[in-house]
Design a protein around this ligand. Structure first.
Ligand SMILES: Cc1ncc(COP(=O)(O)O)c(C=O)c1O
Length: 393
């Protein structure tokens, strides 16, 4: 397959945003194409809910009409922070929680609150890539710790070795992992926590896909390592199907939350008052499990459909079947230039997937599996037909 990229696309995806800050390839790829794509297979969360659908979860739409849209609470309302603390089975206090505009902002304030120029930090790879980019910009010496196929599981013994050798300030892990859908076991987390305690390393886990596990449920790192050793970032965008609320959070010790709150004064001041109100209802205990189950059942059905539709055609696409998340990382056995392939899928067929190049994984595509199940089947049929066509040139 020979595909031409427009001259400026590489610069738009892989240049620098400002000196020292590399462009965020994945988010830029999405921003450039997602609103125009006819077939949407690039999202990493499950199909979003409407405001009207939230009524069954206890959101009173009449009450929303009367809500005064002031600034609200800059670190999140006490009610919302209490609900978030409950998710961690009381291992954090509400005072250890900062509500942010998405887990993206929570990652930023967490990283900026922990890392100083010259610090050695370790980062999980492959990754959503926000943290690898930010950490470098903050002036840290960044060590990449790669998960590898075929399991893509967290390389625990390598991590322990690096911790012992370099005593890094922090280890940033995205688990459940984006883009591989692999996740750590309780035992692995426990071993990592013991080691981090010895080396004084803070464990910063982006757990935005927490609750989407298709196998054994996974605890949060906070429940394992405690708030003095760990920070958990999460939010409502992926598993809860509410990315438009822009509600995320970072949770840890009270001292860490104080520091993150001070950084947040410089970023967005406060989460939206409207979103804070809705989120505090959505995170009531009965709703949490219900929404997590909604996500898992959408993903299970779509994965099953993908298995059936793909059949034995692993010569077209070799999926790594995920254990969590709402996406599949798939190897393309016939092309390493998956950026050109993704661009051809988009321009020639209106199909949007994510090129592996945005995860430093040429030869792979990340395909969303969180769509409405009926729509998903049609989208995958179109994708497979388009891939066949492109392969035969
Ligand atoms: C691992 C990870 N962290 C954070 C984010 C940002 O999500 P949001 O800011 O919508 O919560 C994403 C989005 O794809 C992600 O995959």
């Amino acid at each position: 397959m020979e595909q031409k990229l427009p001259g400026d696309l590489l610069g738009k995806l892989f240049g620098e945003a400002v000196p020292g800050l590399q462009l965020f390839c994945l988010e830029r790829w999405q921003s450039l194409h997602e609103t125009e794509a006819r077939v949407q297979l690039s999202e990493s969360g499950v199909h979003p809910l409407t405001l009207a659908e939230l009524e069954v979860y206890g959101v009173d739409l009449e009450e929303l009409r009367r809500l005064e849209l002031g600034y609200g609470w800059t670190k999140g309302s006490p009610r919302l922070r209490e609900r978030i603390a409950q998710l961690y089975r009381e291992t954090v206090e509400p005072e250890g929680v900062i509500v942010a505009n998405g887990s993206a902002e929570a990652n930023l304030v967490a990283a900026a609150s922990i890392v100083s120029p010259g610090d050695t930090v370790v980062v999980d790879m492959p990754n959503y890539m926000q943290l690898p980019g930010l950490l470098k910009w903050l002036g840290a010496k960044v060590v990449h710790l790669w998960r590898r196929p075929p399991t893509w599981s967290f390389p625990l013994s390598e991590a322990v070795e690096i911790l012992r050798k370099s005593r890094p300030k922090a280890l940033f892990v995205t688990d459940p992992n984006n883009p591989t859908g692999a996740y750590m076991s309780r035992m692995e987390m426990e071993e990592l926590a013991v080691e981090a305690e010895k080396t004084g390393t803070t464990l910063v886990f982006d757990e935005v896909y927490w609750g989407s596990e298709l196998g054994d449920p996974r605890p949060s790192i906070l429940e394992i390592a405690g708030p003095e050793r760990a920070v958990s970032v999460s939010g409502l965008s992926k598993v809860y199907g509410l990315p438009g609320l822009r509600i995320g959070w970072a949770a840890g010790s009270k001292e860490m939350a104080e520091r993150m709150w001070s950084v947040k004064d410089y970023t967005t001041i406060a989460p939206s008052r409207l979103s804070d109100h809705i989120a505090s209802i959505i995170l009531e205990p009965g709703n949490v499990e219900r929404l997590r189950e909604r996500a898992r059942s959408i993903v299970r059905r779509n994965l099953e459909a993908l298995r059936t539709l793909l059949g034995d055609r692993s010569d077209i696409l070799e999926p790594h079947w995920p254990r969590a998340g709402a996406y599949v990382l798939a190897r393309v056995p016939w092309s390493r230039d998956t950026l050109a392939l993704s661009y051809a899928l988009y321009t020639g067929h209106g199909i949007l997937v994510n090129p592996g190049e945005c995860f430093e994984l040429p030869g792979y595509l990340r395909i969303g599996v969180g769509q409405k199940p009926g729509d998903f089947n049609n989208s995958i049929e179109e994708l497979l037909a388009a891939l066949e066509k492109l392969r035969s040139g």
